[in-house]
Ligand binder design. Structure first.
Ligand SMILES: Nc1ncnc2c1ncn2[C@@H]1O[C@H](COP(=O)(O)OP(=O)(O)OP(=O)(O)O)[C@@H](O)[C@H]1O
Ligand SMILES: [Mg+2]
Length: 503
């Protein structure tokens, strides 16, 4: 019997079963990866473990003894700690105060006595050092980077004597270096005898960090594996119920050499991006690779008029100016933003309205909205992107995280733009849908669209692009055509390696 046992867990939302007799177990000192497609039930299972949702059936046992979690505090009291994607820190308070939150006098906002302050800062320092981190415990959390905030959350979990730490897609917003740092921390936690549940859509991470893998499919167990005895293919098969021969489409380039859609000349975004020049042809997929923080996100926003830009842009031979997203949209640009959680979703609105809000004009005739057309379009994209839902009228906030992201993707694909700017298009999306998205891009290019894919996923950029630019520190540090691109060189350049700078 394992330290934690979840047995036969059942959960329904408004009569729909989303967890069907799910079993899960975890020992202290091991990392178990929890895998499954978007909507498979991973976050729901975790929310039951954390006392956030009540289960409808099944048992949770810790050390062989049945426990009943009616509220998050019950689960916390048993040493279970979830690090959520939306980090739950107090930005104005110091690192140390955040770590020992709850152990402090209730009037903490009014100020802590000096001696106690020194003491908690000292203890915070010890914990951070245990995790191999150098963060000043006295500075306010709002001054930290995302990955440092994550470390503070983990230190807070340790301070609360966590036996089990759950990480739900912790690396979605981290750079490569930060991911490696997180893995170092996870190894240290394992040495501290903490059990870790690790949720991700990146299979390479599963193989790097986990000891075992539990796969869910449609709210049911779909497989239990020892990481060292399994393979990429086997896990994908368990997740999607069929094998995937190819993750990436075999593209034959549809780039029209003679048709330049976009010519960007010395584009500047003050403080963020310098002298960026490139061309985009009809039927081309241009990949722009950069690590998190390299400027890829800013470039996408700048081209779409959401950040002020300087420089010259020509579209089909005519100089254009883009000062706002509305202007960009009128010119035929579409943007799939990277930060789909922040920028993309209107939580209370239905899935349908979240999809069609950027393309309403397409369903209008003589000023009247044709609901039937709107609905047809929505259903088409729900189908193409395999968005998992009960009804297109349900509020988007009731979808799983990944399915919400797909809705934002659908919104911009539905606008029928001529130039599509896609920033991290497959982040948070499961492997099956990834393949669908790649095929959609391939088809759009075949139909003459120009597509700019800005991504920190190198295999994705390599597989999709006709041409590749590498961005680092707001500068283009490399240019490659499909044939000459090689993974090592690109990564080297993206990480700030000098040499072979082609600008
Ligand atoms: N509060 C809720 N109300 C109604 N349905 C919900 C609610 N929370 C989750 N669901 C549904 O439960 C199912 C499982 O969702 P869950 O968030 O657990 O998926 P997930 O495996 O975490 O997916 P992802 O990889 O996209 O994060 C989905 O079909 C989702 O729509
Ligand atoms: Mg989830």
């Amino acid at each position: 019997m394992s330290y934690l046992e979840m047995q036969g867990i059942i959960k329904s939302f408004s009569g729909v079963r989303v967890l069907n007799e799910v079993n899960f177990s975890l020992n202290r000192g091991e990392v178990v990866a929890l895998l499954g497609q978007n909507g498979a039930g991973k976050s729901t299972l975790i929310k039951i473990l954390s006392g956030y949702y009540n289960k409808d059936g099944g048992k949770i046992l810790i050390n062989g003894e049945e426990v009943h979690f009616h509220a998050p505090s019950d689960s916390l009291a048993r040493g279970i700690r979830v690090i959520y994607q939306e980090l739950e820190l107090f930005p104005e308070l110091s690192v140390a105060e955040n770590i020992f939150m709850g152990d402090l006098p209730t009037k903490r906002f009014a100020g802590i006595p000096i001696r106690q302050k020194e003491e908690i800062e000292h203890r915070a320092q010890e914990l951070l050092e245990l995790l191999g981190e150098q963060i000043d415990p006295a500075i306010p959390v709002k001054k930290l980077s995302v990955s440092e905030k994550q470390v503070v959350e983990i230190a807070r979990a340790l301070a609360k004597k966590a036996n089990i730490i759950v990480m739900d897609e912790p690396t979605a917003t981290l750079s490569q270096k930060e991911v490696e740092k997180l893995f170092g921390i996870i190894r240290k936690l394992r040495e501290q005898d903490v059990g870790i549940i690790y949720i991700t859509h990146r299979l390479e991470e599963v193989f790097t960090i986990s000891n075992r893998v539990v796969v869910l499919r449609d709210g049911k167990n779909a497989g239990f594996f020892d990481t060292q005895d399994t393979s990429w293919q086997e896990l994908v098969q368990a997740m999607i119920g069929r094998s995937l021969e190819e993750l990436y489409p075999r593209r034959t380039s549809t780039l029209r050499e003679d048709r330049i859609m976009l010519r960007v000349d010395n584009l500047d975004i003050p403080g963020l991006l310098e002298k960026t020049s490139f061309e985009l042809h009809e039927g081309e997929i241009l990949g722009i690779f950069g690590l998190v923080g390299s400027g890829i996100n800013e470039l996408a926003l700048g081209l779409f008029g959401a950040l002020p830009i300087r420089g010259k842009i020509e579209m089909n031979g005519q100089t254009i100016s883009i000062h706002s997203p509305a202007m960009a949209k009128n010119l035929g640009f579409g943007l799939i933003p990277a930060d789909r959680k922040q920028e993309g979703i209107i939580p209370e609105l239905s899935v349908m309205h979240n999809i069609t809000m950027a393309s309403l004009n397409n369903y209008k005739k003589r000023g009247f909205l044709r609901r039937a057309d709107e609905k047809t379009c929505v259903c088409e994209w729900v189908d193409k992107l395999k968005i998992r839902l009960h009804s297109i009228d349900q509020p988007i906030k009731s979808l799983s995280g990944g399915n919400q992201q797909k809705v934002v993707l659908a919104r911009w694909l539905a606008t029928q733009s001529k130039i599509l700017i896609a920033s991290e298009p497959t982040q948070g999306v499961d492997v099956g849908t990834r393949v669908d998205i790649y095929n959609i891009f391939d088809n759009l290019a075949k139909n003459g669209l120009g597509i700019i894919v800005l991504s920190s996923d190198l295999p994705e950029v390599l597989a999709l692009s006709d041409n590749i630019l590498v961005l680092e520190g707001g500068n283009i540090v490399g240019r490659f055509t499909k044939g000459e691109a090689d993974e090592q060189t690109i990564l080297y350049l993206a990480m700030g390696g000098k040499e072979k700078v082609a600008n």
